[in-house]
Design a binder for this molecule. Sequence first.
Ligand SMILES: [Zn+2]
Ligand SMILES: [Zn+2]
Length: 223
Amino acid sequence: MGEVTPILGGGAAAEPVNLPPAPPREQVERLVAASARTHGHLCPGQVIGVRMSILGLALLGYPCPLPFPEIKNLVGVVEIERCLADAVATATGLRFGRGSLKLINLGLLGATFWDMANQKGVRLISLEKARELAAGYAPGVEGEHAQQTEAYKIMPNHELFQARWVDLNLPPHELPGQRPDKVPCDGCGVPIRSAQVRRLENKNLCALCAGDTYFKQLEPLEL
Ligand SMILES: [Zn+2]
Ligand SMILES: [Zn+2]
């Protein structure tokens, strides 16, 4: 039987944080508006992602969005692929295409921000109880969705999130700025990038040749 380690509330005593309970309303509104434009709609997840970004970066001593050149110090990990991921990308400036934002899909409303310069990281997870508190922070707003969207803009950090210092376990080749050598596949010849070689029976194989794919191959096309 595996033991389940409690994540929430367990372990060392919490360290008090010297930050205002919520970031300036104007900063939140500006980033939520930008994020809703990119994402395609305004939703509670956008606000959670924006608040998470502002808080996570503030805990590491950075403003949000990240300015240049400081943005090069940071890597973000989002733990769900939906609304929150777009909000974190827009608010922080971290990007999947630059290797500075990662998706590790755990299906959790969580994100980690890692400061490569100081080897320091913080993980935030959205608290479910914030949903029930939303109405109290948005009196006069009709509808649960709209209430949450408005409430999350002003709700204190401690009611929205749980935070913890963490060390990042990503393999070094996944950090931004790393470019592992291309390796030709011994099966089909395509160059394999990003250290994604599968070693099988003493061969360097791409994911397809190793039988590790997310699709089923049908007829090829002639272009
Ligand atoms: Zn959304
Ligand atoms: Zn191959």
